[in-house]
Design a protein around this ligand. Structure first.
Ligand SMILES: [Zn+2]
Length: 408
């Protein structure tokens, strides 16, 4: 029993979806729960209904399009991703996973295949976190990672509550969020990194996603006159911060290839051109796929910042702010993806995800796997994001084959 995806149809659907919120530079701006998000949701629901699916919308706005199986009581095999985007995002991040799910259903229809278990395509609400400063909201509530009331009370920069934004686009549904069994969840996604392209491979079988630890660091020195205080007498918080930044960056390199450390936000106080900065507050984002290494990196980072502060007459305070453990995907799902590749003689490699995805949340409540396809230069969260139609079709085919192993 097999079915073949249609490369042109998948590409055309992606390109039509990309017209909603299209930007001048060839990307998309489809902020979560905006009018563009509503129009994209409407388009997806229309296509899914045309393909014979029943639409169900839950209370956090996740859309489920169900292709019935022979056994209506069987737990569905779920696939999908998100159709919201970054403010200056690309055509493929998230959108590919939802359109690949649609192509799976369409291809099964073409082949006249009825599965034992239902197949469902999901569009998770607000994966990007660009509007409500919290990513993976729909999948997070579905998996119990985030409370429903807490999510509904999130506000955007204009003070609009998520609950009101959801109502505003008419996608607050009445289905309960989560709590029903899913036999497996597969998410197809562009890699958003350079590995597959560099190796010339069309598929990555994703084994898991790296963990992340973020900190807010406050460095205290003493404000002083920029003209009168000799260099040797200064307790300059920004100079200390600069030393820490370089040392932390070198630390990440010493843990290569898998470790990354980013100091992405720095505030200098009093931020006056002729006052020696007495305080800085900066962020550290550290990531690694192995929990014990993340732990060791945290110990090293603390030591580095403390040593530099001590040597510079400064004090330092390091507060943990977020912490996500590395995610390991389900062995059965990973094998289904590998087997699907082998059966079709598609070259693949095992890979871990550098970014967070809805799948990382769903992995807590259902056997989960992810399929990566290459994107040009590894560029993502960028209007220039680009992927090849052939690779996307191979990804959708592997998705279909892997899902059939579970849907029967
Ligand atoms: Zn994404």
């Amino acid at each position: 029993m097999t079915a073949t995806v249609n490369q042109d149809r998948l590409w055309d659907s992606l390109m039509r979806l990309a017209e909603i919120g299209a930007t001048a530079k060839g990307g998309v701006r489809r902020i979560s729960l905006s009018d563009e998000d509503r129009r994209a949701r409407d388009l997806f629901c229309g296509w899914a209904r045309e393909a014979g699916c029943e639409i169900r919308i839950d209370a956090i706005g996740n859309i489920f399009a169900r292709r019935p199986g022979r056994n209506p009581d069987a737990a569905p095999v779920l696939t999908g991703s998100h159709i919201d985007s970054q403010p200056q995002g690309g055509k493929f991040d998230g959108a590919f996973g939802v359109m690949a799910g649609l192509e799976v259903v369409r291809a099964l229809n073409d082949a006249g295949i009825e599965t034992e278990a239902p197949i469902e395509i999901v569009d998770w609400t607000d994966e990007e976190g660009a509007r409500f400063a919290a990513g993976c909201i729909g999948s997070g509530v579905f998996s119990g990672y985030r409370g429903f009331d807490e999510a509904m009370a999130l506000t955007d920069a204009d003070g609009i509550r998520l609950a009101d934004a959801l109502d505003g686009i008419g996608y607050g549904g009445d289905a309960p969020v989560g709590g029903t069994p899913v036999s497996a969840y597969f998410e197809a996604h562009i890699e958003q990194g350079p590995v597959l392209e560099a190796k010339g491979l069309p598929i990555g079988a994703v084994t898991g996603a790296q963990g992340q630890r973020c900190f807010t660091v406050t460095v205290d020195g003493v404000d002083g006159h920029a003209g009168t205080l000799p260099m040797a007498k200064r307790q300059d918080a920004f100079v200390g911060t600069a030393r820490m930044t370089v040392a932390l960056s070198e630390l990440a390199v010493s843990y290569e290839p898998a470790a990354v450390i980013t100091i992405g936000h720095v505030r200098v106080q009093p931020n006056s051109r002729n006052t020696i900065p007495g305080r800085t507050i900066f962020t550290i984002d550290s990531r690694h796929p192995v929990s014990t290494v993340l732990e060791q990196m945290e110990t090293d980072m603390t030591r580095i910042c403390t040593d530099i502060a001590d040597a510079s007459g400064l004090t330092v305070d390091i507060k943990p702010v977020t912490r996500a453990e590395p995610v390991l995907f389900d062995q059965g799902c990973i094998d289904a993806i590998r087997d699907a590749c082998r059966d079709r003689q598609i070259r693949y490699m095992d890979i871990y995800s550098g970014a967070g995805h809805d799948a990382c949340k769903i992995a807590a409540v259902a056997p989960t796997g992810m399929i990566f396809v290459p994107c040009a230069g590894g560029i993502s969260h960028n209007e220039m994001e680009s992927a090849r139609a052939e690779d996307l079709a191979i990804g959708a085919q592997v998705l279909l084959d892997a899902m059939l192993r579970y849907a029967g």
